[in-house]
Design a protein around this ligand. Structure first.
Ligand code: F42
Length: 326
């Protein structure tokens, strides 16, 4: 399966145009990120749904902290209705820096995510929900309209979060692009899947990747560099070690980002970092990496930012050379 990620830092109508193009080019899913300072994710999904016929539309990802769980259920259920059953709820514990800015305390992300999924499943089933959790409680909330059968995916990178996804979710959206990361991630997911008595066949292992495609490889590389710099700067030491990346170079990048010195940022990104944190290059380069990921158990590739130096051309190129080339 193929998905595409859009960030509503762009106007919603522009994303609606790209999404229609993605649908026409064979993409299965569109995922829209959720940060309070961008356009609202559900308003965006409603517009994308109204403008398409077959592509599935998902939050990629929302979180359990900024909205009450019953409000999240109502929002995604409305998108499911508008789209004729094409909604997916991607949920992740969220981003601490964003919550700090909103004055929201980031308490027990794993527990909160688990209890939120439990409450969502109960709300989707139409039940009157009495849940007394450690972090998420409902006292008789119930939906006044039918939500339908909405799949739930977890945004996950840590071993416990991946295992939880295996246990309770239909898929995991994993911010990674390299087979080594999936070797580790799939093991953790499998543990969860098996503990719940389920099968990996019913689980969608999704590479939510930094993706940059162009017929000219250097153009693809240049477009992805800045995204790779941010990913490297945000990667924990074990991930840097896994890919043999010099932590001092990453420190230099982090410091330069903080100062707004993007010349240094771009000059410090190495080929090793590009290979570890992105899928980039010509259609043949991207296809080769996709094949490696598929061998590791990845079942969905999401083309995430930047997609390519020219988004419209990139969507068409993926459609023609990768999705259609199969
Ligand atoms: N975040 C956003 O805010 N908006 C987005 O649009 C977004 C998109 C997105 C897409 C894909 C993706 O993979 C992630 C995305 N994220 C987005 C980030 C996402 O919301 C999460 O921050 C991220 O996926 C979670 O990372 P993580 O799996 O590393 O989980 C964190 C919380 C972690 O530390 N996990 C540990 C682990 O091993 O998995 C476990 C921590 C733990 O056990 N905590 C205990 C608990 O109950 O929470 C308690 C510990 C204690 O102190 O008691």
């Amino acid at each position: 399966m193929y998905g595409i990620e859009f960030v509503p830092s762009d106007p919603v109508l522009k994303l609606a145009y790209y999404t229609k193009l993605a649908e026409q080019n064979g993409f299965d899913n569109v995922w829209v990120t959720d940060h309070y300072n961008n356009r609202d994710v559900y308003t965006t999904l409603a517009m994308l749904a109204a403008n398409t016929n077959s592509i599935k539309v998902g939050t990629g990802v929302t979180n359990p902290y900024t909205r009450n769980v019953a409000v999240t259920a109502s929002s995604i259920a409305a998108v499911n209705e508008i789209s004729g059953g094409r909604a997916i709820l991607g949920l992740g514990p969220g981003d601490k820096a964003t919550f700090d800015a909103m004055g929201i305390e980031w308490v027990k992300p794993l527990t909160t995510t688990r209890e939120t999924v439990q409450a969502l499943r109960a709300l989707f089933s139409g039940k009157k929900v009495e849940q007394k959790g450690d972090q998420v409680s409902l006292a008789g909330a119930s939906m006044a309209f039918s939500a339908g059968d909405i799949p739930i995916y977890l945004g996950a990178q840590g071993p416990k979060m991946l295992e939880l996804a295996g246990q309770i979710a239909d898929g995991a959206l994993i911010n990674a692009s390299h087979p080594k990361d999936f070797e580790v991630a799939v093991k953790a997911i499998k543990k969860g899947v098996e503990s719940a008595g389920k099968s990996m066949k019913d689980f969608d292992v999704t590479a939510y990747a930094c993706f940059s495609i162009d017929k000219k490889p250097e153009k693809a590389l240049n477009a992805a560099k800045i995204v790779v710099a941010f990913i490297a700067a945000g990667s924990p030491p074990p991930v840097l070690e896994r890919h043999g990346i010099d932590p001092d170079a990453v420190k230099t990048i982090g410091g330069a980002i903080a100062k707004g010195d993007f010349g240094t940022v771009l000059g410090t990104v190495t080929t090793d970092m590009m290979d570890a944190f992105s899928i980039y290059g010509t259609p043949a380069d991207c296809q080769a990496r996709i094949d490696e990921l598929t061998k590791m158990g990845v079942t969905q590739i999401v083309a995430g930012s930047p997609i390519g130096p020219d988004k419209e051309k990139a969507i068409k190129l993926i459609g023609k050379e990768i999705i259609g080339g199969k």
